[in-house]
Design a protein around this ligand. Structure first.
Ligand SMILES: [Zn+2]
Length: 213
């Protein structure tokens, strides 16, 4: 599985279809596309019209490929003032950057999360920063990514105590490469190894389980 990749809709350099074809060739069962929304126009989807186009094209591809692979329509964004919730609620899930700690996590939970009826996760969190947020993650059903593009954020002995606490809670973990072109699609081996080494396989999150988080 690979639940976080980018395409030409944001700062990736490959078409969605090329990313899906490569994932099929690799034998990947679940591919989540999570282009950026908000921020600089050069790197992100910034208009509602473009976001609608993105959702429509990926939904079409999801149906086209359903016999070969599960394609999930995701998005990566941040805590912005004017998030388009009616569009976001058409997605399979959304991952948020930079919400590991208060006060941003508190704002997310009180002002953003209540508007979302889809699963939400934390994009490539810095595990060490999660120590005081663990109970909130569990209560709010927020999954966390093991993102191999940022393996330094989850590996290392310094993170051990936090992982021990995370593992004892009902918190899901998603597997992600953050690929920006076809060459890195499915480059999730390090995350899968980490899950094996730390007995976390029961915690793995997939959109199809329709879990809240
Ligand atoms: Zn990303």
């Amino acid at each position: 599985m690979d639940l976080h990749v980018h395409t030409i809709y944001s700062d990736g350099s490959s078409e969605p279809r090329a990313m899906i074809d490569k994932a099929v060739a690799l034998g990947i069962k679940d591919l989540g596309i999570t282009d950026h929304y908000g921020g600089l126009e050069r790197y992100s989807i910034v208009s509602i019209a473009r976001l609608d186009e993105y959702i429509a094209e990926l939904t079409r591809l999801k149906q086209l490929y359903q016999a070969k692979i599960d394609v999930w329509v995701g998005l990566e964004t941040a805590v912005l003032d004017d998030l388009p919730f009616s569009q976001l609620n058409k997605l399979d899930y959304v991952v948020f950057e930079d919400i590991e700690m208060n006060p941003r996590l508190g704002y997310f939970v009180s002002q953003v999360r209540p508007n979302l009826r889809i699963p939400v996760g934390m994009a490539h969190p810095q595990i060490l920063l999660l120590e005081k947020s663990i109970d909130i993650l569990e209560k709010e059903g927020i999954f966390i990514e093991l993102n191999t593009h940022y393996s330094d954020r989850y590996r290392g002995n310094w993170a051990r105590t936090v992982w021990n606490k995370l593992a004892s809670k009902d918190i899901r973990i998603s597997v992600a490469s953050d690929a920006h072109d076809v060459r890195r699609v499915g480059d999730t081996g390090d995350a899968i190894r980490f899950i094996g080494e730390n007995n976390l396989s029961e915690k793995v999150w997939l959109p199809k389980k329709n879990q809240r988080g």
